[in-house]
Design a protein around this ligand. Structure first.
Ligand SMILES: *[C@@H]1O[C@H](CO)[C@@H](O)[C@H](O)[C@H]1NC(C)=O
Ligand SMILES: *[C@@H]1O[C@H](CO)[C@@H](O)[C@H](O)[C@H]1NC(C)=O
Ligand SMILES: *[C@@H]1O[C@H](CO)[C@@H](O)[C@H](O)[C@H]1NC(C)=O
Ligand SMILES: *[C@@H]1O[C@H](CO)[C@@H](O)[C@H](O)[C@H]1NC(C)=O
Ligand SMILES: *[C@@H]1O[C@H](CO)[C@@H](O)[C@H](O)[C@H]1NC(C)=O
Ligand SMILES: *[C@@H]1O[C@H](CO)[C@@H](O)[C@H](O)[C@H]1NC(C)=O
Ligand SMILES: *[C@@H]1O[C@H](CO)[C@@H](O)[C@H](O)[C@H]1NC(C)=O
Length: 374
């Protein structure tokens, strides 16, 4: 059953337009029972995306490249339908996320750094590649995108001192059950209070993971005209590739937990219906245990002490020296053996030549030949 459901989800993901690619859920707990538990971050961590990321903590999704470089992880939109992003495998139940990044340039190219839950609560930073002066903030509760008359809008754009596509900036979301704050380079841009979101009904309040990536809202072949217009116009893929760069992410879970469960959830989507599975005394969450393990060859190497590094270098050098000596020894031996074999071969050839000569002379003197009688 489960695998059938999974492949159906995979199939659905394939046919979903790219607009929805970053904002969909595999199991909506508001109308589905048995949605899987979520791994809690249950602590805080800084992720240096200028080093290899751990695929157990950050899952790469969709077509398109997400590669690490010395400057950060590069999310590249080069071809139509490229929409590379990474999603954290861990969730925060209220928390703080700081992202140090540079948005992708290019008309119609959207860079986004969002928090999202499985029931489609969402807190967004969004950047339009063609807009070098503003950054967009946004939020959704339970996937509801209707604008309510007379209420503060969901999406608000803010001016930037320098282009988000030119420089790295620090974009921070601080999220509690009372309010959401968006901070830019240490300055608060926006605060949304619980009650301001339809009396709290539309306030993001369920465990969210982090999703970071870029896509082409201006891909006219794969988006509706309204989406292309919203994205700032048609993307010219010949002028690409367009790259978003993420250097570091700091994440802090305001709840100390092992997992979050949907077991008690109903259609309200209320934070009070989220079950927090507590950690035992002194226990760390699986995510924090994984984070404390060094990952990737370079990181593993860096995590070793100088003494161990020197030991390993010594070992490698020693191995190379011994291997070289062994090869040299074998070659000499082989050449000696070769010489012996060659001498034996030559002797054989000489003998055959002598025999042949003898036969020849026998043929030429048939009468003397023992073959002549045949
Ligand atoms: C649950 O709600 C979502 C969003 O409204 C909808 O797309 C989905 O089909 C619903 N699922 C079930 C099992 O009712
Ligand atoms: C992050 O977690 C460590 C323990 O792992 C703690 O000492 C530190 O105070 C935390 N930092 C913040 C900002 O909460
Ligand atoms: C990555 O960035 C961190 C923090 O800026 C820095 O300490 C580290 O040396 C960088 N690593 C590489 C491989 O550049
Ligand atoms: C990293 O940044 C430096 C300085 O801005 C730049 O010269 C270099 O080309 C960048 N490398 C990559 C892989 O983007
Ligand atoms: C950038 O966004 C701001 C705010 O939405 C808007 O006023 C401005 O016209 C946009 N600039 C371009 C070039 O689209
Ligand atoms: C609002 O959400 C509905 C249902 O998910 C979707 O069909 C529609 O395109 C969305 N509208 C906007 C303006 O995003
Ligand atoms: C990002 O800004 C927050 C304040 O919003 C600050 O606490 C943090 O140190 C900044 N991080 C970086 C990498 O500059």
């Amino acid at each position: 059953m489960y695998s059938i459901a999974l492949s159906a989800v995979a199939l659905l993901a394939m046919v979903l337009p790219t607009t929805l690619a970053q904002t969909h859920t595999d199991c909506n707990p508001l109308n589905t029972t048995g949605c899987p538990d979520m791994v809690a971050l249950g602590g805080n961590a800084t992720f240096n995306f200028n080093e290899t990321w751990n695929p157990d903590l950050w899952v790469k999704k969709n077509q398109g490249k997400a590669e690490w470089t010395n400057n950060g992880t590069a999310f590249t939109v080069q071809y139509r339908k490229d929409a590379p992003y990474i999603a954290s495998s861990f969730y925060l139940f209220f928390g703080r996320v700081e992202i140090f990044m540079r948005a992708a340039p290019g008309q119609g190219i959207i860079s986004s750094a969002i928090l999202q839950s499985e029931d489609l609560d969402e807190i967004d930073w969004e950047f339009k590649g063609g807009n070098t002066t503003h950054v967009a903030t946004n939020y959704y509760g339970k996937g509801n995108n209707k604008t309510v008359e007379g209420k503060p809008p969901r999406g608000i754009d803010y001016p930037m001192k320098s282009a988000p596509q030119e420089d790295f900036h620090n974009y921070t979301v601080d999220w509690t059950k009372e309010r959401i704050q968006w901070w830019l380079n240490g300055q608060m841009l926006r605060e949304l209070k619980y009650a301001e979101a339809e009396g709290g009904k539309e306030f993001p309040q369920t465990p969210m993971n982090i999703r970071i990536g870029a896509w082409a809202g201006g891909d006219t072949e794969n988006n509706l005209p309204d989406t292309v217009k919203w994205a700032g116009g048609e993307t010219n893929f010949d002028d690409g590739p367009y790259t978003m760069m993420v250097q570091t992410v700091y994440a802090q879970d305001y709840t100390s937990a092992k997992t979050y469960s949907w077991e008690n959830m109903d259609s309200s989507g209320s934070f009070e219906k989220v079950k927090v599975v507590a950690l035992a005394e002194g226990e760390k969450s699986d995510a924090m245990v994984e984070i404390s393990k060094p990952h990737g060859a370079r990181n593993r190497w860096n995590a070793l002490s100088k003494g161990v590094q020197i030991g390993i270098i010594g070992g490698v050098v020693g191995f190379v020296v011994i291997a070289t000596l062994l090869i040299a020894f074998c070659c000499i031996k082989q050449r000696r053996a070769g010489r012996k074999e060659y001498a034996a071969y030559q002797a054989e050839v000489n003998k055959e030549a002598a025999d042949l000569l003898e036969h020849k002379s026998n043929w030429q003197n048939p009468r003397q030949s023992r073959y002549a009688r045949i």
